[in-house]
Design a binder for this molecule. Structure first.
Ligand SMILES: Nc1ncnc2c1ncn2[C@@H]1O[C@H](COP(=O)(O)OP(=O)(O)OP(=O)(O)O)[C@@H](O)[C@H]1O
Ligand SMILES: [Mg+2]
Length: 453
């Protein structure tokens, strides 16, 4: 939670002492605490030891220019706001900075009012995941390290929903493809709610053997069937007063669904071989990687149970539909696994990041997490390049992977792309025109104009 007395932490990076001191002075007596660095190296050192809310970066500096520094800061400190400063403004650089993740752009000589404007609306710690700021990129689960992150509008919406639903006892149904973070969301709901100190019992319905299921869930009394040599508590009893998480719920047989419906409705159950009703005070969260409504329409899932379970539905979109989250996950997992194996956090080249963003991730976040872990173990490099990525990921994008590093005009881009498509279609103009979405005649004109042969 934000501490009201906490100060906004600001870093000013400029090789000119006049600017550093001037900006520092401008913030005296405000809610900001400033530190300064005269070079990129110095800035990176400070950033490693201190979490800044905002960094002002001069673009032209002798040893490391501001753009390079911007990329480094962005990759390593995704929650820090970056404002660029320049004495030589051009639209190109401004666009490039914003594309690389800078939030603002100031032109020298800097007016104090503009400088203060750039700080408006920022809260101390407001961009870090452990805080509960309005528009944060993460939500704490049960410890500072265990967080659920995302910056896409879809994920931010999910954080809002989790925060709203957590303190209630509402029944939640989480859907999404495999590896999208369903279990993580279930835990986030439990640990941000009032039952956080009680049990969180997760039961994977696909792993339970039908014949044992009842006794596993409800428990049994001694002698109720052959092999029941002593009384056993079931999962429901273990979860009492806490949260019960039904994973892969669509795998339950219709027979078990009927029994479960009673528990969900009545919040009571009986042990196998016993007549005594036991009261249950549990919150129920379930998850499914199929569209449960469709499964219900097909008659494979009871409709009444579906409605009982999906009081609050939360859908996690596949990673390919929220590409903005990919760089955040990449930095998060690089950080996590580098720390685990005690090595320096490598930087990801722009081309490698582009390839990671373009890949479709059929296994979603779990696949991304494993990919990063594998790279860190196998590749002993400071900078991760496309060649360090599995070939299924780096192969995407053809010629265009190298373009991102060399900013070119739209005309040049058009010329290169037409040449690329023509080469791919072995010079067949009709086919090339179809791929390019223009007619043959237009293609002919462009080929002539650009002298593509
Ligand atoms: N938003 C997120 N932030 C951080 N880590 C995440 C996020 N989403 C998923 N992960 C990580 O990805 C992995 C898969 O997540 P999880 O097990 O919750 O997925 P799932 O949807 O339950 O998958 P399955 O359907 O295969 O059971 C976990 O290691 C989890 O920590
Ligand atoms: Mg799961």
């Amino acid at each position: 939670m934000n501490n009201v007395k906490e100060k906004l932490s600001v870093l000013i990076v400029d090789d000119e002492a006049v600017i550093r001191n001037g900006m520092g002075r401008a913030l005296q007596g405000t809610n900001a605490e400033t530190q300064t660095a005269a070079s990129g190296e110095e800035a990176l050192e400070l950033l490693d030891s201190h979490a800044f809310d905002v960094v002002f970066l001069d673009i032209r500096m002798p040893d490391m220019d501001g753009i390079t520094l911007l990329k480094k800061v962005r990759a390593k400190h995704p929650f820090t706001q970056i404002v660029m400063i320049t004495g030589y403004p051009t639209i190109d650089t401004a666009v490039q900075c914003v594309k690389l993740g800078a939030s603002d752009y100031l032109v020298k000589p800097i007016r104090i009012a503009d400088f203060k404007d750039a700080l408006k609306g920022l809260e101390p710690g407001g961009n870090r995941p452990e805080t509960h700021g309005k528009d944060e990129e993460g939500l704490k689960i049960d410890s500072e390290k265990n967080i659920i992150i995302g910056r896409s509008p879809a994920m931010k919406q999910i954080f809002r929903k989790i925060r709203k639903v957590a303190p209630t006892d509402s029944t939640v149904l989480i859907t999404g493809e495999s590896g999208t973070g369903k279990e993580l969301v279930a835990r986030a709901i439990h640990f941000n709610g009032t039952r956080r100190d009680k049990a969180f019992v997760a039961v994977d319905c696909s792993a339970l053997v039908e014949t044992l299921l009842e006794s596993e869930l409800f428990g049994h009394v001694k002698g109720s069937f052959t092999g029941a040599i002593q009384t056993k508590h079931g999962y429901f009893e273990l979860a009492n007063h806490g949260t019960f998480f039904f994973d892969e719920i669509s795998n339950l047989s219709l027979n078990t669904q009927a029994k479960l419906l009673r528990v969900v409705q009545e919040r009571e159950f009986m042990k196998v071989g016993d007549q005594k009703k036991i009261k249950l005070d549990i919150r129920i969260i379930s998850a499914s990687n199929t569209n449960l409504r469709e499964t219900a329409n097909e008659g494979k899932f009871r409709e009444d149970l579906f409605y009982r379970l999906s009081v609050v539905p939360i859908h996690l979109p596949p990673l390919r539909q929220r590409k903005e989250d990919i760089p955040l996950f990449v930095t998060h997992f690089l950080d996590k696994f580098s720390r685990k194996i005690k090595r320096a956090v490598p930087h990801v080249s722009e081309e490698a990041m582009d390839a990671l963003k373009e890949y479709v991730w059929p296994g979603n976040v779990r696949e991304l997490e494993h990919t990063i872990e594998r790279i860190l173990i196998l590749e002993d490099t400071d900078v991760i390049r496309p060649s360090d990525l599995p070939s299924s990921i780096s192969r995407k994008g053809g010629e265009f992977q190298t373009l991102s590093e060399v900013p070119v005009s739209l005309e040049e881009l058009e010329k290169r792309y037409i040449r690329f498509v023509l080469r791919r279609t072995k010079g067949k103009k009709t086919e090339a025109a179809r791929i390019l979405g223009i007619n043959r005649k237009t293609l002919g004109l462009k080929v002539k104009k650009y002298e593509i042969y």
